[in-house]
Design a protein around this ligand. Structure first.
Ligand SMILES: [Zn+2]
Ligand SMILES: [Zn+2]
Length: 197
């Protein structure tokens, strides 16, 4: 027996551990305050150039992009500045999947200057206090513990539209058929959850 935990076979490459400075370099967005933690940017292992600015960024966007043509490689600053949306005629989240808020500029910022995310199916962007919420990630319960929101999320799930028990939800999460996409209101701090499946 060896004392080391076995590595996932798929993972041939040495795991990239970013510096705090590199993690902070991604913190450019109103509606996603920590894009490294929420996994919408991944390490640019293959050294791709950004299709917008031509630099080889440390991280590359891993979320949805609605635009014509091939899969695009995009760096965080090019999304934040709006250059990527302009140059590629792209949006990064489906406007029809966003809650309604009264100020159209907020929707514009959300879909053109903010990274989207993937869950399982029909991802949504939730709003509260007439503004879009910060995306905290599609989280497991360990991650929620770290953010100190487990209790709040569990309470919200008690009354879910599918009538699932918490135990059933956890089972579904373990199987990868349910994801909990968690949001926080930027104005009042309320936690919201979209149970994605
Ligand atoms: Zn770029
Ligand atoms: Zn609120």
């Amino acid at each position: 027996m060896f004392g080391f935990p076995k590595k996932d076979k798929k993972e041939k490459k040495v795991e990239f551990i970013p510096t705090q400075e590199q993690i902070n370099s991604l913190k450019l967005f109103t509606y996603n305050k920590d894009p490294y933690r929420t996994k919408v940017f991944v390490h640019n292992d293959d050294g791709y150039k950004c299709d917008v600015c031509g630099t080889v960024p440390t991280f590359i966007y891993a979320g949805p992009a609605y635009c014509n043509g091939d899969i695009k490689r995009i760096c965080a600053p090019c999304i934040a500045s709006g250059d990527a949306a302009k140059k590629l005629n792209a949006t990064f989240f489906d406007p029809d999947a966003c809650d309604k808020v009264s100020n159209p500029d907020k929707l514009e910022e959300l879909i053109t200057k903010n990274p989207g995310y993937f869950a399982i199916y029909n991802e949504k962007w939730l709003a509260h206090c007439d503004d879009y919420c910060e995306f905290l990630g599609c989280l497991d319960f360990d991650e929620m513990d770290k953010l100190g929101i487990t209790e709040k999320v569990s309470m919200l799930l008690e009354d879910n539209e599918y009538g699932y028990t918490l135990k059933e939800i956890k089972k579904g999460m373990a199987k990868g058929i349910i994801k909990l996409c968690v949001f926080r209101c930027l104005n009042c701090g309320t936690i919201l959850v979209d149970m994605n499946m």
